[in-house]
Design a protein around this ligand. Structure first.
Ligand SMILES: Cc1ncc(C[n+]2csc(CCOP(=O)(O)OP(=O)(O)O)c2C)c(N)n1
Ligand SMILES: [Mg+2]
Length: 788
């Protein structure tokens, strides 16, 4: 469908305006209101210019409110400029670009106030997020929760160097397996990265790969000026020269200008009559305009490419562009952090007919009637639905989550039992939970859940083993009602999928309660994706199991040491390491509510679990204990008034801590045993209490850990122990000034049985006793006899 000329002119004008505003934003931040630390705000002018036309085509014409976009991080200024033209971004925030509470240098769902769909910044992640967001939309649709909402296209604006990120390829494979639809990736093919010009010929490989995965590939290489020139006599030869020109040379010539192009064309094509005449008919400026008229800078070509798509298969658009197009450093390989000088900006300002002092005016310098432009912007299809962030009601969580108790269990087993009980019922909670696992569904105890709730696929697919009547513990039926998304091994995909699932309430208006499982050490494999999922406030529960040395019997390489510190350090993630299953049930209940809180307190939940079977405590869980467990700790054995030492443990080392406390109690007074269920929440509570007191907002307020440790005499020692890095608990001594012996694991890789390993790494009962001895006066403490 051809677009009418008047509309095309307005779109081109708005695109020029978006480019101007994005460059002015950066210029302003550098030269007019520079950061107080004097840092140059580079890095974005060239990247933004590269995408100004494409983004304008999308936002001002092609996009619909239900479409969602991940914008390449360095196109943030042009994104904010477009939002400013829409009236959704303030001048103040643009003037304060990259400053305190100003517009963010990478589009941020949580920190920006304009209409960011997905946070980007770590290249590659936003791209894959669109793919998973589309799968989630399919999931929501298949479950009948789209109501009357239209399917959106999930669109990523991708830097060509961004394609080097492996997570994109991992996602591509997963998308293929799940029958990906409604996903567009628009590659800003400027053939430049941060440092340099990208490798010749790489894109042909990518192109084939996209097609292999079932994507439509649309190449937008030539703009209208080029196509017209190719139609002139000699045009074929010009086209051939352009097609054969190496990336680096083309970029360099774009930087040098029309005269340089002319010289090269003359030298290389020689005097060939028609093509020479074609070139000579143009002035230097006209020749440069022709040669920089690549498809990605030509509004009509881009619109045409977008509008021609008449199917819902995924599409990769490869749009040829010039990094920094239209700016003095266009094409220069060093332009990533390039900034225009004041003099260059003055010259460019004049060429854009923008009067000094009128730089922020939306329609300054455009030849169109401002009223017409205003009316155009007010009627842009993308904005017709108003606010694009949706909401979904909170799913009620029962007061208590049940599980079938046993005298001895592991927390991983307990996790499976709790989910199994939920799956058996017909609560809304059960319906809204969606599980996912990177090929460790069975080995993380999700099997029972999957047996009851099935695997998700848009089309039914029966379990062949079942239809062939071969006995198997697990039912592997796929259907559109299924509630488990089975992934390949790549952990990055798990986290990006959790991120997409965990934003469904806001993106699709349908709340999902995602639960992902993986082996604890492999959190590190997907850590950046986990970080970004939390950063954009996606809500999910992560069950990481087994953890610590309790996975090491499978091989020393499978031990996780630093994940407790990751759990503490990760913003937006409340981390727990319960020892007993009744604690876990309380935490999961709390977690499903926490995942839905919108009061600034909510977030995601990380459960660090274990396969180690231990004796369970038999007790009623009182409301008080319930509160203590979710706040992070309780006394499993209360210390007496003259306590000489206490043991504070977290997680699977509970049996060692309990046993050691018994031995220590033989010869030391009033020994206490502190069960820590969440070192993260304990620490966070302590930090915020100190801040409240300092700010004089709650002078009397004491945190949970301060209250727990308050009765201890000043010279009481604390032995801390966990199957993880000792620093996670070592801080307990700072709360009230007690001496600490912090036990934990600091070295990696020994294989063996759990007992051997606990002894080897010094977190067994005797190591705890030794530590208690070193903190107290008095005779030797009886030790546990070693098996011989
Ligand atoms: C994971 C990650 N690594 C490194 C960076 C630093 N970085 C920012 S942009 C960039 C290269 C960008 O090249 P490209 O994707 O082609 O975008 P262009 O600026 O050319 O549009 C790099 C290495 C980053 N943001 N994220
Ligand atoms: Mg690039």
């Amino acid at each position: 469908m051809a677009i009418d000329t008047a509309r095309l002119e307005i779109l081109s004008a708005l695109s020029r305006k978006a480019l101007w505003l994005s460059s002015w934003t950066i210029h302003h931040a550098n030269h007019i209101r520079p950061n107080s630390d004097g840092l140059k705000v580079g890095g974005h002018q060239a990247s933004s210019a590269s995408l100004a036309t494409i983004m304008s085509a999308l936002y001002f014409h092609v996009l619909r409110p239900e479409d969602r976009v991940a914008v390449k991080p360095h196109a943030s200024p042009v994104f904010h400029a477009i939002q400013y033209l829409f009236g959704r971004q303030t001048r103040d925030k643009l003037e304060n670009f990259r400053g305190y509470k100003g517009a963010q240098s990478y589009p941020s769902r949580t920190k920006d106030t304009d209409d960011v769909d997905f946070s980007t910044g770590s290249v590659g992640l936003g791209v894959a997020q669109t793919l998973f967001a589309s799968l989630v939309q399919d999931y929501v649709k298949a479950h009948g929760w789209m109501q009357d909402r239209r399917e959106g296209r999930m669109i990523a604006l991708v830097g060509d160097a961004e394609m080097d990120e492996g997570n994109i390829f991992e996602a591509l494979a997963e998308g293929w397996k799940h029958g990906l639809r409604n996903t567009w990736w628009v590659v800003d093919y400027n053939r430049q990265s941060l440092d340099a010009v990208v490798r010749e010929g790489l894109w042909e490989k990518f192109e084939t790969m996209f097609r292999n995965f079932g994507w439509d590939v649309v190449i937008v290489k030539y703009g209208k000026l080029m196509r017209q020139a190719f139609a002139e006599p000699g045009g074929e030869a010009l086209k051939r020269w352009i097609d054969n020109c190496p990336n680096a040379l083309y970029a360099a010539l774009c930087f040098q200008g029309g005269a340089a192009f002319r010289k090269h064309l003359r030298d290389e094509i020689g005097d060939q009559g028609e093509v020479s005449a074609l070139i000579e008919r143009r002035s230097d400026d006209e020749l440069l305009a022709l040669m920089s008229n690549l498809g990605g800078h030509d509004m009509a070509s881009m619109l045409d490419a977008f509008e021609k798509v008449d199917h819902d298969r995924p599409v990769c658009f490869i749009a040829y562009t010039i990094k920094g197009v239209g700016l003095p450093f266009q094409g220069h390989k060093d332009n990533h952090a390039g900034l225009m000088t004041v003099a260059q900006m003055e010259k460019w300002r004049a060429s854009q007919n923008i009067r000094p002092g009128h730089e922020w005016e939306k329609f300054e310098g455009l030849s169109q009637d401002p009223a017409a432009l205003k009316a155009f912007l007010a009627d842009v299809p993308f904005n017709r639905a108003g606010v694009r962030r949706l909401e979904a009601p909170v799913v009620e969580v029962p007061r208590q989550l049940e599980f079938k108790p046993a005298a001895q269990m592991s927390t991983q087993q307990g996790f499976g039992l709790v989910l199994n009980e939920i799956a058996r019922g017909d609560s809304e909670l059960a319906d809204r939970i969606v599980t996912a696992s990177p090929d460790v569904t069975v080995s993380t105890n999700l099997g029972a859940w999957v047996n009851r709730r099935g695997l998700f696929a848009r089309a039914e697919k029966a379990d062949l083993f079942r239809s062939e009547k071969i006995p198997s513990t697990f039912n592997w039926d796929f259907s559109p009602d299924g509630q488990h998304l089975e992934l390949g091994i790549a952990e990055m995909n798990l986290f990006i999928l959790l991120s997409a699932l965990g934003l469904s309430h806001s993106i699709n208006g349908a709340r999902l309660l995602p639960v992902g499982t993986l082996y604890d050490p492999f959190i590190e494999r997907g850590l950046d994706a986990l970080n970004y999922a939390c950063y954009q406030d996606a809500r999910f529960m992560l069950a990481a199991t087994p953890s610590g040395l309790t996975l090491a019997p499978e091989g020393g390489a499978h031990q996780s040491i630093k994940t407790p510190l990751i759990g503490m350090g990760q913003d937006g993630l409340a981390s727990f390491e319960p020892a007993f299953v009744d604690e876990l049930a309380v935490i999961m209940r709390w977690g499903f509510e926490h995942m839905q809180r919108e009061d600034g307190e909510g977030g995601s939940v990380y459960l660090r679990l274990s396969t180690r079977t231990i004796d369970q405590v038999q007790r009623p869980v009182s409301a008080l204990l319930h509160g203590d467990i979710t706040e992070g700790a309780y006394w499993l054995r209360k210390p007496g008034p003259n306590a000489e030492v206490i043991v504070a443990y977290t997680g699977a080392v509970a049996p060692e801590a309990i046993e050691a406390t018994g031995f220590i109690g033989e010869s030391r007074r009033d020994v206490g045993l502190l069960a820590i269920t969440s070192v993260d929440r304990l620490h966070g509570g302590w930090t915020s209490a100190r801040k409240l007191r300092r700010d004089r907002r709650a002078v009397q307020h004491l945190s949970h850990i301060e209250k727990l440790l308050a009765p201890l005499p000043r010279d009481c020692g604390i032995v801390t122990v966990l199957d993880g890095h000792p620093a996670a608990l070592g801080w307990l001594g700072s709360v009230r000034g007690h001496r600490v012996e912090a036990l934990g694991v600091e070295h990696f890789g020994q294989t063996g049985a759990i007992d051997d390993l606990y002894r080897h790494y010094g977190i067994d009962a005797n190591a705890i006793i030794d530590a208690a001895e070193s903190l107290t006066a008095g005779g030797p403490v009886l030790h546990r006899k070693m098996a011989v």
